[in-house]
Design a protein around this ligand. Structure first.
Ligand code: ATP
Ligand code: HSE
Length: 324
């Protein structure tokens, strides 16, 4: 059954049309990738999706949900309903997966993107992916994570739109994920509210070259472009061993090194030397007293992906309806 047919059947079911042919509940499973953002000087602009996922599962039209969904889920559903022009039927939502929370890998974006993509899928896709990115960006307060999570690949976002390019399979992301959490709310509260002209020019020049090198797949030109003068200095004060870990990653052959999103993950980019970079970062983090674990992961070019399943439908026996 196509998503549109599922949606039509679901709406018939919810409106009581369809008699004995009524559809049962619908389950939509959405796989949403983790995201790494900023890439040093590209604050709130650059994002990339990673092959590390959360699963957001929506069950629409079944029995009454056991309790209210997570506030982030409720907010996303309300925003979707406003944009799509009708209220959502009650649904249950479960969140699971491998994306760690409050580590700068876009966990909150996976939840918001998953709800938006899932509800849209169940409704027969009345909104475009770009409209979903715009909605998710409003909910997040910045567009970089949600654009990459929904569209996949490398994204350059302005809030009003984004440019997306696929990433090559030879590029590796080496993430040292500390046990220590860093909440985005805190990490944004310590940002300087003004930057000097030389620092603005410094970041702009490097961000433009990073975008060009990635779009042209000239990854070797990324070396030396990741030094940020806007957001990292205030944030990394909380990360023991930051400078030493960065130095060790570059010495092991990293192309770039930056604070992923709002932290706390320290991210290196590598092209064929990921294992050496991971080993160096882990060793130096340990001697600096930063506990955590290291992941080597490739980019995900596909973005959020949804599967809709029609659960056993209602059966009418002697005028009484049962939901299996
Ligand atoms: N998977 C999740 N399930 C439930 N709540 C979540 C989940 N992910 C994030 N949250 C909620 O969102 C809050 C904010 O997440 P936050 O933005 O700090 O982390 P993040 O999205 O992992 O990091 P970043 O945005 O820097 O990539 C968390 O403290 C938590 O309340
Ligand atoms: N660009 C955002 C990502 C965090 O979610 C920040 O650095 O605050």
């Amino acid at each position: 059954m196509t998503p549109f047919a599922v949606a039509t059947a679901l709406m018939d079911s919810l409106s009581g049309r369809g008699g004995e042919e009524q559809a049962g509940p619908v389950e939509c499973r959405v796989r949403v990738p983790a995201t790494t953002t900023n890439f040093g000087p590209g604050f709130d602009t650059f994002g990339a999706a990673l092959r590390l996922y959360n699963w957001i599962v929506l069950r629409v039209g079944g029995s009454e949900p056991a309790g209210p969904p997570h506030p982030m889920v409720q907010e996303a559903a309300a925003a979707y309903a406003r944009a799509a022009g009708s209220s959502s039927p009650p649904f249950e939502c479960t969140i699971s997966g491998d994306v760690p929370c409050a580590r700068g890998l876009g966990s909150s974006a996976t939840v918001r993107a998953g709800v938006l993509v899932g509800l849209n899928e169940v409704r027969g896709r009345p909104l475009s992916r770009e409209q979903l990115v715009a909605l998710g960006s409003e909910l997040e307060g910045h567009p970089d994570n949600v654009a990459a999570a929904i569209l996949g690949g490398f994204t350059i976002s302005t809030g009003g739109g984004q440019t997306r390019v696929p990433l090559g399979s030879r590029l590796e992301f080496v993430a040292f994920v500390p046990e220590m959490e860093m909440e985005t709310k805190w990490a944004r509260s310590v940002l300087p509210q003004a930057v000097s002209l030389p620092d603005a020019v410094w970041n702009l020049q490097r961000a433009a070259r990073i975008a060009a090198a990635i779009c042209l797949r000239r990854y070797e030109e990324l070396r030396g472009l990741f030094e940020d003068r806007w957001h990292e200095p205030a944030r990394v004060e909380r990360i023991p061993g930051w400078e030493q870990i960065k130095k060790s990653a570059y010495e092991a052959g990293a192309l770039g090194f930056y604070l992923s999103g709002a932290g706390s993950t320290l991210m290196a980019l590598a092209d064929g030397r990921g294992a050496e970079v991971a080993e160096a970062m882990t060793r130096v983090a340990s001697s600096a007293g930063l506990t955590g674990s290291c992941l080597q992961v490739k980019a995900e070019n596909r973005g959020a992906k949804a599967w809709v399943r029609h659960l056993p439908r209602r059966v009418v026996h002697g005028g009484r309806k049962h939901v299996s």
